[in-house]
Design a protein around this ligand. Structure first.
Ligand SMILES: Nc1nc2c(ncn2[C@@H]2O[C@H](COP(=O)(O)OP(=O)(O)OP(=O)(O)O)[C@@H](O)[C@H]2O)c(=O)[nH]1
Ligand SMILES: [Zn+2]
Length: 343
């Protein structure tokens, strides 16, 4: 996708806005230098971004989770997102308005990205350890939805897991279908957890999985993500509670990602944008590489422009014939690949 073309008037306005922004940033930098000199900033320490307000972030101290401060971001930092580890200095005096300062972003081990409105991929959260793809007997996953989510997760390098919610709705009418649907995944390295948010069955297994590292929940509408996340957090308003406490400005709702500590261990990052993960356009190459079991055969077809749809010497089809690739996954690949063309 190409960037939107701007006319000269729009271009001029944007330049002017940028100049004003830069002037404000310079002024802020000067104020921060002064605050540091006057001893209004405490010693540098590590922390984590737990919410993002654009020009400011909410940082939690790594050493003391009760120490949370809204922070300025030093101009040398590119962008910060929820989950980022940072070097920061808390405010101890008044000259910064009680705001701490983030001086550096520490390296990320993973990034969750989504396209912005121009189609450019933009990081929305960092340092995530697992993506839980939530599915349910009802609403039934749309055709090949599971594979589509898995492909998107593979592109991030973050471990995906399948979470079948609403198992209280499983009966003789859908059991065989669900077993056939989910059957191939554990062998491909994708564990399948089962849960009923309604009855609590399977909850212990989920809590155990979530207890280490940082997780996100994704999945189509109606599968129970809100019910699940609300149930995992200690109180219904835990989401906004942390923020209003830190800002002192009453309930503050944000559509940006927020990080929560689960009472039973582990962290959760959530936002409406994150829940919609993976439903955007992907390239044919991303799709192919997102099928993990195809990887050893990619690039080994006789024809460089092989469509894996009946060509002689197709390494992927040969792998399927040998049983190294299941028919279900091959069909879903072809279906998703052909649907890319009509996107
Ligand atoms: N029977 C049953 N219903 C459930 C369960 N979990 C959630 N539901 C119901 O499923 C419906 C959808 O749940 P939500 O939590 O709103 O689903 P969601 O994935 O957040 O949906 P969006 O907000 O549209 O993305 C609600 O009516 C829930 O009460 C479950 O384990 N069993
Ligand atoms: Zn081929």
């Amino acid at each position: 996708m190409s960037k939107r073309k701007l006319n000269r008037r729009q271009q001029w306005r944007i330049t002017k806005i940028q100049q004003e922004r830069e002037a404000r940033a310079r002024k802020r930098e000067e104020n921060l230098e002064q605050a540091a000199e006057e001893g209004d900033l405490g010693p540098e320490q590590t922390g984590m971004v737990i919410a993002n307000y654009g020009s400011q972030v909410l940082v939690e101290s790594a050493a003391d989770s009760t120490l949370r401060q809204r922070c300025h971001i030093r101009a040398n930092i590119d962008t910060l997102v929820t989950g980022d580890k940072v070097a920061w200095r808390p405010a101890v005096g008044e000259s910064t308005g009680g705001l701490g300062v983030v001086g550096a972003r520490l390296p990320r081990h993973s990034e969750l990205q989504r396209p912005d409105r121009y189609g450019d991929m933009k990081t929305v959260a960092a340092n995530i350890d697992r993506i839980l793809i939530v599915i349910a007997p009802y609403p039934e996953p749309f055709a090949n939805a599971i594979d589509r989510y898995l492909v998107a997760a593979e592109a991030t390098g973050i471990q995906p897991l399948l979470l079948l919610n609403k198992i209280d709705l499983i009966d003789d009418s859908n059991r065989a279908h669900l077993e056939a649907l989910l059957g191939p995944y554990p062998a491909l390295g994708y564990p399948v957890l089962k849960l009923s948010t309604k009855t609590g069955e399977g909850l212990d297994g989920l809590l155990e999985t979530l207890a280490q590292g940082t997780s996100v929940f994704v999945g189509q509408s109606g599968v129970g993500k809100s019910s699940l996340i609300n149930g995992l957090l200690p109180s219904a308003d835990a989401r906004t509670g942390a923020l209003s406490e830190a800002t002192g400005k009453g309930t503050h709702t944000t559509t940006a990602a927020e990080l929560f500590h689960l009472p039973s261990g582990g962290d959760l990052i959530d936002s409406p944008g994150i829940r919609e993960f993976g439903i955007w356009h992907m390239s044919e190459q991303e799709l192919l590489e997102g099928y993990v079991e195809f990887r050893p055969f990619i690039g080994h077809c006789r024809f460089r422009d092989c469509r894996h749809q009946g060509e002689p010497g197709c390494a992927i089809l040969e792998a399927q014939a040998r049983g190294d690739i299941s028919q279900r996954r091959m069909e879903s690949f072809l279906h998703l690949r052909n649907s890319l063309e009509s996107d």
